[in-house]
Ligand binder design. Structure first.
Ligand SMILES: [Zn+2]
Length: 198
């Protein structure tokens, strides 16, 4: 996780990805609920008519997505205030690949438990799993982001110590000896290379 210089820079680079993630997270929470309902054989009816999967999904987005909405709003505000740069695709991948099965399994377990003790189960299935999973998704995604940054830095440092440009892999040993300040191949400043090493 790199820190960006200004709040303006954060907004320019991460404003649109944040809005995109926000919308996907709301649809995701609806999808998780709709999948859980379907897998439990529960159907939702309004005025005696059973909702289709898509109608159920949109209904769940409006119904249960509010908690996911608030969690994401708080996280985005914190990231914007602290000017933390994050990779939006890491969050998206974590949400879909790890978050979906986790939320569905959690939703099924909660519903089954509440049915077993004869207290229904549908409202809690809706309220709990998606927001709890969303919180876990953010923690996992930000840790993964930090690990990716660390690996990239180690990689760049190794290349620099061998006299290789970390941007384009050009052999810089001759250029450094000749006193060049930029990589002759891609133009990356050699100073920034030594800053990575610091
Ligand atoms: Zn280069």
């Amino acid at each position: 996780m790199r820190e960006l210089v200004t709040h303006r820079e954060w907004l320019c680079r991460l404003g649109l990805p944040s809005v995109f993630l926000f919308v996907i997270a709301l649809l995701w929470s609806g999808a998780v609920s709709a999948i859980t309902y379907r897998s439990l054989g529960v159907s939702t009816s309004i005025d005696g008519r059973t909702l289709s999967f898509v109608e159920n999904l949109l209904f769940r987005v409006l119904d249960g997505g509010q908690f996911v909405f608030w969690i994401n709003l708080v996280v985005f505000l914190a990231l914007a205030l602290l000017r933390v740069h994050f990779r939006w695709w890491v969050v998206l991948a974590t949400m879909i690949v790890a978050g979906t099965p986790l939320a569905v399994l959690m939703g099924r377990s909660i519903a089954r438990y509440l049915w077993a003790i004869n207290k229904g189960g549908v409202p809690w299935e809706d309220v709990l799993p998606a927001p709890v999973t969303m919180g876990i998704v953010w923690v996992v995604a930000l840790v993964a982001d930090a690990v990716i940054d660390w690996r990239l830095r180690v990689c760049a440092r190794n290349l620099v110590s061998k006299g290789i440009c970390p941007e384009c892999r050009y052999d810089l040993r001759g250029s450094i000896a000749g006193g060049s300040t930029r990589c002759p191949e891609c133009g990356a400043p050699i100073q920034s290379v030594s800053r990575i090493e610091a």
